[in-house]
Design a protein. Structure first.
Length: 239
């Protein structure tokens, strides 16, 4: 299983939001590149980057920071947050970003998403955020009438190969991740490389996810609070 330590960017800083609330933000570092180096030194091969400003208002205010992270090298970079046009996809891929994550646009413009999946293949992942089992968009404020599992099936039919699935209720709560959900996803939507995101806070959960065939896991708040040690996690599941 691959591990993706996470860097969430706001105004060029390393931050974490509580339950997606921009008013409940904790700053964990002023230098994202230094944080990425620390992750790499702990054995990370990958990095999950979220542009929170881009997700909120579509701007490119963290572009220079993401460019610096890509330039630094040594990690496979996936980037999400505010990617709603092909131009933005091209912009990031040209920096050396390995994969762009489409979020809300996958719900609001499914045809566009299907075209991008066909054109860019494995360089596109889709982020599916679910609230009480239903797909949520626009910073988790709007909840659709479509179940997350059904949406994943539609994405698979459209050629999607990688889905980052977040159970919003668990994200940043440090209460553990939703293991039954990921068991259901891997069973009902075969052929998709699922990334588990939200609430992973113990080594036992990582082992359980690996055993059920989840392809990757995102580690966020648990690393910043010290609940999990990245080097130990790498030794445990990253082969």
């Amino acid at each position: 299983m691959e591990l993706f330590p996470a860097i969430d960017l706001r105004n060029g800083k390393v931050v974490r939001l509580t339950q997606g609330d921009y008013d409940k933000m904790t700053v964990y570092g002023e230098d994202p590149c230094a944080q990425a180096r620390a992750f790499r030194e702990a054995g990370a091969r990958n990095l999950h980057v979220v542009d929170l400003d881009g997700a909120k208002d579509g701007t490119l205010s963290n572009y220079d920071t993401i460019a610096a992270l890509a330039r630094q090298g040594g990690l496979f970079l996936e980037v999400g947050g505010g990617i709603r046009t092909e131009e933005r996809i091209e912009k990031y891929l040209s920096l050396g970003v390995g994969r762009c994550i489409l979020g809300s646009v996958a719900v609001t413009d499914f045809d566009f998403t299907a075209r991008m999946l066909q054109k860019y293949g494995s360089r596109i992942a889709v982020g599916v955020d679910a609230k009480d089992g239903f797909v949520a968009i626009h910073g988790w404020k709007d909840v659709s009438s479509e179940k997350g599992v059904d949406f994943c099936k539609r994405l698979a039919d459209a050629g999607c190969k990688a889905i980052i699935y977040t159970d919003i209720a668990r994200d940043g709560a440090m209460q553990g991740t939703n293991l039954p959900l990921y068991r259901q996803l891997t069973a009902e939507v075969p052929g998709i490389a699922f990334t588990a995101s939200g609430g992973i806070s113990s080594a036992a959960e990582l082992l359980a996810l690996e055993q059920m065939g989840v392809a990757a896991a995102i580690l966020g708040k648990s690393l910043y609070t010290g609940a999990l040690d990245l080097a130990q996690c790498v030794r445990l599941v990253q082969h």
